[in-house]
Ligand binder design. Structure first.
Ligand code: UD1
Ligand code: CA
Length: 456
């Protein structure tokens, strides 16, 4: 049986109070709509139609894919009207209607919904502790479904019904073609309700199946920032649980944020309040200290990231030690056994095995050899205001504290640069190069005295 997916994503999301269309609000580092599309793709449907309206250009740009067919709904006249826009493009078979703002429904539940429809119609329902705002499921003495009544159109007795419509349904395309043209906007909102096709099916004696969500959270919808935060925590808890099932020690699953893909080896340890963005790969035994942010990085086995470090677009070799308070920027490529300490920034630089840059340094656009010791406060002066220049430091070199290496410049193998040197020319291998003027002491100099203070 052919299944086509229709994703409703045309709504404005007024309650978001945001310039960003609702379905592009970020959840776990991706737009809400991207989550719905992944679930849809997991079913390998014949087609995915996305009904868009508000901010449609931005939505298309953010979520485009060769497998998507974009359908414009110029005016948002209701969920029934939205599905009608996709009707001309549907193949015979089953249509699965998803909402762009209901992002957590597992693909297995969607598959079960399609199976339950089996050529007819099936609704995804749930029992909500607080059904406010949802359409209520009307049943014949608790048995067969009779229809759905929206909150605003419901009688007080109907409002007390706890079984509600999640909005998602699987329905035969033939039924959509029959019933959609018949629905009328004769309700409190003056909209074309998709839910009215249920009453029409029942009137023709077509049985309506229901599938219940596994967990109430699966069908959470996002209408405002408060609901977005709730759904974010649900998603993050699920991601933390998946990591822990895989053997990762997550010190506090409520204080972990994975906004992308986090791939972990064995015995990875993640302390509290860490954020992972993009694609991050952590090798066996990696430790990530508290309050660290890691984005698009690959850390080899045994890397120890100490607290408050910020790593982006970097590769770190086995058993390296980073931080506390270290910053690795894109293109930092550290060999095994390197040490990068507090208040050190590294950008576009390769650092060889066993080298140490432990305190207060900036190393940018550089090639640092093996077993190099970079003293505290060393700065590569890589930028002349227009161009970036490279600094090359040979194996075994020793850079004294407080040095500035004015690129382009090369420090030879085994060279020593004296503390406080401003290196403007290459330092030859295995020799000591010291810069700066000769040190003088002025014995007659007096410190200026304040006129109204005598205590100096
Ligand atoms: C809908 C259901 C309600 C259900 C609830 C679950 C109807 C009539 N009601 O109500 O039974 O309990 O969802 O959350 O279907 N959309 C469009 N074009 C439109 C209107 C809506 O694309 O013209 C999209 C929205 O962007 C959203 C989805 O459809 O993604 C749901 O629309 P919304 O207006 O939020 O429906 P509810 O009133 O919440
Ligand atoms: Ca809604």
């Amino acid at each position: 049986m052919t299944t086509s997916v229709i994703v409703l994503a045309a709504g404005k999301g007024t309650r978001m109070n945001s310039a960003l269309p609702k379905v592009l609000q970020p959840l776990g580092g991706e737009p809400l709509l991207a989550h719905v599309l992944s679930a849809a793709r997991a079913l390998s449907p014949a087609a995915i139609h996305v009904v868009v309206g508000h901010g449609m250009d931005a939505v298309r740009r953010a979520c485009d894919g060769d497998d998507l067919r974009w359908v414009e709904q110029a005016e948002q006249l209701g969920t029934g009207h939205a599905v009608t826009q996709a009707l001309p493009y549907l193949e015979a078979g089953t249509a699965l209607v998803l909402y762009g703002d209901v992002p957590l429904v597992p693909a297995e539940t969607l598959a079960a919904l399609c199976t339950a429809a089996s050529g007819g119609v099936a609704l995804l329902v749930m029992t909500a502790p607080d059904p406010t705002g949802y359409g209520r499921i009307l049943r014949q003495d608790g048995g067969a479904v009779l229809g759905i009544v929206e909150e605003r159109d419901a009688t007080p007795a109907q409002r007390r019904i706890g079984e509600v419509n999640t909005g998602l349904m699987a329905i035969s395309v033939a039924m959509l073609r029959r019933y959609l043209p018949a629905i009328q906007p004769s309700n409190a909102q003056g909209e074309y309700y998709l839910t009215d096709v249920i009453g029409l099916a029942v009137a023709e004696g077509v049985p309506v199946q229901t599938v219940s969500v596994q967990h109430a959270e699966d069908a959470l919808g996002v209408n405002d920032k408060a609901q977005l935060a709730i759904v974010e925590r649900v998603l993050q808890r699920r991601r933390a649980e998946a990591l822990m099932r895989g053997g990762v020690t997550v010190v506090d699953p409520a204080r972990l944020d994975v906004r992308g893909e986090l791939i972990c080896g064995r015995d990875v340890f993640i302390d509290v309040n860490c954020v992972f963005e993009g694609r991050v790969i952590l090798g066996d035994g990696v430790r990530i200290g508290a309050q660290s942010v890691v984005r698009d990085c690959e850390l080899a086995a045994g890397v120890d990231v100490r607290p408050f470090s910020h790593l982006e677009g970097s590769r770190v070799g086995a058993a390296a030690r980073i931080g506390p308070y270290a910053r690795l920027r894109p293109g930092a490529d550290l060999a095994p056994d390197t040490h990068v300490g507090n208040f050190v920034e590294i950008k576009q630089a390769r650092v060889g095995r066993g080298s140490k840059i432990n305190h207060l340094s900036y190393i940018g656009d550089a090639e640092v050899g093996c077993n190099v010791n970079v003293g505290a406060g060393t700065i590569t002066c890589n930028y002349d205001g227009v161009n970036k220049h490279r600094t090359v430091i040979g194996d075994g070199a020793f850079i004294g504290s407080g040095s500035q290496l004015v690129a382009p410049v090369t420090v030879g193998e085994g060279a020593t640069v004296g503390a406080g040197t401003t290196l403007r020319k290459d330092a030859p291998p295995r020799q000591l190069t010291v810069g700066g003027g000769r040190q003088v002491t002025l014995s007659h100099w007096r410190r200026p005295q304040s006129k109204d203070r005598t205590d100096g």
